[in-house]
Design a protein around this ligand. Structure first.
Ligand code: IVH
Length: 672
């Protein structure tokens, strides 16, 4: 059976509008983007082949072809009013009292209210005639706005056609940009080197006021209905909430977070509930709106000047405020990351007084074009760290000063560097830098590095905070009395910790190098470095070229190592550690010599518990001496090193007549 082009076009339009509704209004898409594109492209092709069948409300006609010279004026049939504001509970109490008085309702009876979020976007009015979207306008001064019909047609959640018998219907609501869309838009703007928007509201306003609708179409705008304007030839329901349900049925986007409540208590608990949800909503709201629900009661209450008596906006604390940028400091994080921080003239925003705000990184300061002395917009949304959203360029004083990233760390005076391709600058102080000290000490002490038993986060916090330890070398100078005086630390546990520290003195070169916490030098690289250079002095003195000869060491790693050892503080710490008795066996560089000694090229099996060495340590020493450590005993095994409670492996060795060593003779052979 073949359908006519007209019928197929009709089917496609209905299907496409349904999918737009599913996706943009109720957030429940039922097909993939590719499937949607296929339907849309089929419609485009059919309309191209049959231009006489193209209609204004076809989904292909949402984006206009040419820019306007200017926006026409639109006089609103019913003025677009503003709302009175309530900031404190008392203001809301006053509102409820005035409504009750106006309606002659006693203190014992409760008014029914409709509650809604107060969307932080732009008010617009959509006019439908006989079900067709014919005009859309901004609020303007409330009486006369601008005709932005072509731009509003690009918003996919606004229906071009609705199923109603109303001869004329004006739907009022808010155009906004959802936070996710805003972030993506700003990321695109930044990538293109173009100016980013301060907040979703400004982005929405800028997008809606484009003279070229093709530009608006590229901006992801949303619409939410919140009321009605002029309505002709249709019977409306009796309450605001029922009108909203009716609009939702006509497929207008209406938020699900509306509620009908009773009396003052109902209003306040709605306010608290939305306040709690605020940060999690997909778009910005700046408060909630309370409306007397009954339309006849609304009419009875009427208006004062340009605001209704029957409705009020209960505002949340503002999330943005402007203030002066007094200076820019840098903060050093536990990994050495340097973050510029704005010092601000204290300003009340988001419910607290803010005097510092993060600037993220150096590029962000450039991108925002911040100069010291500027007036800036500070934003504090929810529990998020306050940030500088933008500079108010018009208010820049003549003596505004440029900011430069410091070259030395404010905490330890080590060089600050920024590796190519990274957005973050870092302090090279590592073990020496107080800001990085705790992190560096924990890294140094960890099992895979120096393996200091008993030195965990809580203790590191304490010894650093009490000023007992500055560098890793200080650990080896701690005394029993000092440790015993720490919180929750008896003499017994202090002694245990001292033993743990003392035992860690005997280590291996790879563990030591890894423990230094050089950026980009993990365990594997540390092993490669140790094997290649054999000695710590050789590693410390290696040039970039020499470092690049090491397995798996590329330019980024080589630079990072070179920079670490170029810092005198870091070389000093290595010297001090050696002076404190930290030691390991050094070897000749692997590239030029063959490992010699009793274990070179031999296969060795470890079994049982050795008196002083852990299994891991014994294994490392053997490997450093050129041995292969195997898991089971066979005829190919050269030595078995056995400790306490050795089991079947020892039996097998004896059975096969393989040499068995205890720890002492193993260490002696190793030294020879
Ligand atoms: S009702 C007659 N409901 O707030 C009352 N307005 O200050 C007309 N707004 O220009 C407004 N969310 O842009 C109403 N749920 C909501 C709203 C809302 C945001 C805006 C609207 C209006 C302004 C009034």
């Amino acid at each position: 059976m073949s359908t006519s082009p007209a019928a197929r076009i009709g089917d496609l339009r209905r299907a496409i509008e349904q999918h737009l509704y599913n996706y943009h209004v109720i957030d429940q898409p039922t097909i993939t983007d590719a499937e949607y594109d296929q339907l849309f492209n089929e419609l485009v092709a059919l309309e191209a082949a049959h231009p006489q069948l193209v209609t204004a409300d076809s989904p292909t006609q949402r984006v206009g072809a040419k820019p306007l010279d200017q926006f026409d004026e639109v006089t609103h049939r019913v003025p677009m009013l503003s709302l009175g504001n309530a900031f404190a509970e008392d203001d809301v109490r006053g509102f409820d009292r005035r409504c009750r008085e106006g309606l002659g309702i006693g203190a014992d009876a409760l008014i029914e209210y409709a509650c809604e979020p107060k969307f932080d976007g732009l008010a617009i009015s959509l006019t439908y005639e006989n079900g067709h979207f014919v005009q859309g306008a901004t609020r303007g001064d409330g009486s006369v706005g601008e005709d932005v019909t072509l731009n509003l047609r690009t918003i996919k959640s606004i229906p071009l056609k609705i199923d109603t018998s109303a001869a004329r219907l004006e739907v009022r609501g808010e155009v906004l940009m959802q936070r996710r869309d805003f972030d993506a838009l700003n990321a695109r703007q930044a990538a293109k080197g173009e100016k980013t928007f301060v907040n979703p509201r400004n982005a929405a306003a800028g997008s809606l006021r484009q003279l070229d609708p093709r530009l608006t179409a590229e901006r992801p705008l949303s619409f939410f209905a919140y009321g009605l304007g002029a309505v002709e030839a249709v019977e409306l329901p009796a309450t605001h909430s029922a009108c909203m349900d009716w609009l939702a049925n006509l497929r207008f986007p209406a938020t699900r977070d509306r509620a009908v409540v009773s009396g003052l208590e109902g209003l306040l608990s709605y306010f608290a509930r939305l306040g709690e949800m605020r940060a999690r909503l997909p778009f910005d709201i700046d408060g909630v709106v309370y409306k007397v629900n009954s339309l006849s009661q609304q009419q009875a209450l009427g208006f004062v000047s340009r605001a209704p008596r029957f409705a009020i906006a209960h505002k949340f604390p503002a999330e943005e405020a402007s203030t002066e940028l007094l200076g820019i400091d840098v903060q050093v994080g536990r990994t050495g990351a340097i973050t510029p921080v704005a010092r601000l003239r204290p300003v009340f925003v988001g419910g607290t007084t803010v005097s510092n705000a993060t600037l993220h990184n150096e590029d962000e300061v450039r991108r925002k074009d911040l100069k010291i002395g500027d007036t800036v917009v500070v934003r504090r949304a929810g529990d998020v760290i306050p940030e500088v959203a933008a500079v108010i360029a018009a208010k820049r004083p003549a003596d505004a000063r440029e900011w430069l990233m410091p070259t030395r760390c404010p905490e330890c005076d080590s060089a600050i560097i920024r590796l190519e391709g990274e957005s973050v600058a870092r302090c090279t102080g590592g073990l020496f830098c107080p800001a990085q000290r705790k992190q560096a000490l924990l890294h140094f002490a960890q099992r895979r590095a120096m393996n200091i038993e008993g030195l965990g986060e809580k203790l590191v916090d304490q010894v650093v905070d009490q000023g007992l330890v500055r560098t890793a070398a200080d650990l080896y100078r701690l005394g029993l009395m000092q440790l015993a005086s720490l919180e929750r630390m008896g003499e017994k546990s202090a002694q245990n910790l001292l033993d743990g520290i003392s035992n860690s003195r005997a280590t291996t070169l790879p563990r030591f190098v890894y423990g230094l916490g050089i950026r980009h030098v993990g365990e594997a690289t540390a092993k490669d470095l140790a094997r290649h250079f054999g000695k710590i002095d050789a590693i410390m003195g290696a040039s970039i070229e020499q470092l690049l000869e090491v397995n798996d060491v590329g330019p980024v790693v080589a630079q990072s190592i070179r920079r670490f050892f170029d810092e005198p503080h870091n070389r000093e710490v290595v010297e001090q550690l050696r002076a404190c008795g930290v030691h390991w066996t050094e070897s000749e560089p692997s590239a030029s010599t063959i490992v010699r000694g009793a274990f070179a090229g031999k296969t060795v099996v470890l079994t049982g518990t050795l008196p002083t060495l852990s299994r891991e340590e014994a294994k490392e020493r053997l490997e450093a001496a050129g041995a292969k450590v195997a898991g089971s005993v066979s005829k190919k095994t050269d030595y078995v090193i056995a400790g306490g409670e050795a089991g079947s492996k020892l039996d097998k060795a004896q059975e096969l007549g393989i040499a068995v060593l205890d720890e002492e003779s193993f260490l002696r052979l190793l030294d020879e």
